[in-house]
Design a protein around this ligand. Structure first.
Ligand code: HEM
Length: 173
């Protein structure tokens, strides 16, 4: 028969974060002077996804052909910058042990890939005829893009603020 474990032994065994040294290794490596490049790049898809929905709404309201022309650019740049941000994030995810080992990092990856697919569709769908694409399908894709951007961005913030992913442990002097 196995000897009975004491309460402190059981508590220690049930806390893998303390046991596993890789959990502490969360510092960003794809960074400029310690500032994660991913965090710099994601501002573009976030802002431009919202701007695309705004432009679609303005076209619906005013009928002015300026707005669909603008939306095709904002949708395109949102997608391209989102992919660049995704590449920086994915390299970080794969090479930093404390990021790779955490399940929430992979949840963020799946959310982000879904978002990037929607941003890509939103751009490609508009290219042949930006004006005809807006109502009703374009604006619905934009709304979906904004919803997914909000969830993905909020979840990315959780990685940083709840798990200290990408943050510097040693601040130096
Ligand atoms: C495709 C793959 C992606 C991966 C693997 C990924 C991974 C990560 C990682 C590892 C972090 C922690 C900070 C860092 O180490 O840089 C993070 C933070 C974050 N991510 Fe992503 N990400 C991806 C795409 C996106 C996209 C498309 C968005 C756009 C909404 C996004 C929004 C955020 C936000 C807002 C943060 C918090 C940044 C901060 O507060 O400093 N991520 N992501």
């Amino acid at each position: 028969m196995r000897p009975k474990r004491t309460w402190s032994q059981r508590r220690r065994l049930s806390d893998p974060i303390e046991e596993h040294s890789a959990f502490d290794d969360t510092e960003s490596t794809i960074a400029l002077a310690g500032h994660p490049i991913h965090a710099m790049l994601i501002t573009y898809p976030i802002a431009l996804a919202f701007l695309t929905l705004f432009a679609d709404g303005m076209f619906w309201w005013t009928g002015d052909a300026f707005w669909p022309r603008m939306a095709v650019w904002t949708a395109g740049i949102a997608f391209v910058m989102g992919v660049l941000a995704g590449i920086a994030g994915t390299v970080e995810l794969l090479i930093v042990p404390g990021i790779r080992i955490r399940a929430p990092s992979w949840t963020h990856f799946i959310l982000a890939c879904t978002l990037l697919s929607v941003l890509g569709v939103n751009w490609g769908f508009r290219l042949p005829d930006p004006q005809a694409a807006v109502l009703p399908v374009g604006i619905l894709i934009s709304a979906l893009g904004v919803g997914l951007t909000t969830v993905t961005g909020w979840h990315g913030g959780k990685l940083v603020f709840d798990y200290q992913i990408g943050t510097q442990r040693d601040h130096g002097s």
